[in-house]
Design a protein around this ligand. Structure first.
Ligand code: ADP
Length: 177
């Protein structure tokens, strides 16, 4: 065949196939949960990696987001949650991950995701980005919209895990949402 030679994929010594799913998850919503559960079926382990670089004025601290996600996935032993900073590919390499998972909601996500995936490939050719689509009912869900709807008194039931809804209510009664 006449395709370019590809670098060998990264594998931890155990041989397990590990994927990293990065994002800000402020807060996690059911679109994220859908992608994580799909990833957990495809890969031996999936690490949900909360970026410390991302937002300037988050609603939930990185530690709160991690705590919430660990609660949501407490019955999924192959889903791990942790924070990372710096370059995603450096973090993925450090974890011995062979795959970066990203979710695609709509065509509007594509351009940004395409640029990121190709830049990450340039930085680290041995790591592949895999795109996954959520169930149709989550294609319009985003953390930004969830926060906005909730802060204006709208119902977010069914869009976020129950634990998140509870924490949003606590924030609101504390005057923060
Ligand atoms: P959000 O855009 O909701 O703030 P993040 O920036 O934390 O979420 O996104 C992390 C990853 O999750 C990205 O790959 C993003 O495209 C994906 N994602 C976000 N919302 C959804 C959704 N509703 N369905 C599928 N993937 C999603």
């Amino acid at each position: 065949m006449t395709v370019d030679a590809l670098p060998s994929p990264v594998r931890p010594s155990s041989g397990a196939r590990l994927a990293v799913y990065p994002g800000s998850f402020d807060p996690i919503h059911n679109g994220h949960v859908d992608i994580i559960l799909r990833g957990a079926r495809l890969f031996d382990r999936i690490v949900v990696a909360v970026s410390r670089n991302a937002e300037k004025a988050p609603l939930f601290s990185v530690e709160e987001r991690i705590e919430l996600m660990r609660e949501v996935f407490r019955d999924q032993p192959n889903v791990e949650v942790e924070a990372f900073d710096g370059l995603l590919v450096d973090y993925a390499r450090h974890k011995h991950a062979s795959v970066i998972v990203r979710g695609l909601r709509a065509v509007s996500d594509f351009e940004f995701e395409f640029q990121m995936a190709l830049m990450n490939r340039r930085l680290s050719p041995e790591i592949e980005t895999v795109f996954m689509m959520p169930a149709e009912r989550y294609t319009y869900t985003s953390s930004r919209l969830v926060k906005e709807v909730f802060s204006l008194g709208g119902v977010v039931n069914g869009l976020v895990p129950e634990a998140v809804e509870g924490r949003l209510r606590e924030k609101r009664s504390g005057g923060q949402a």
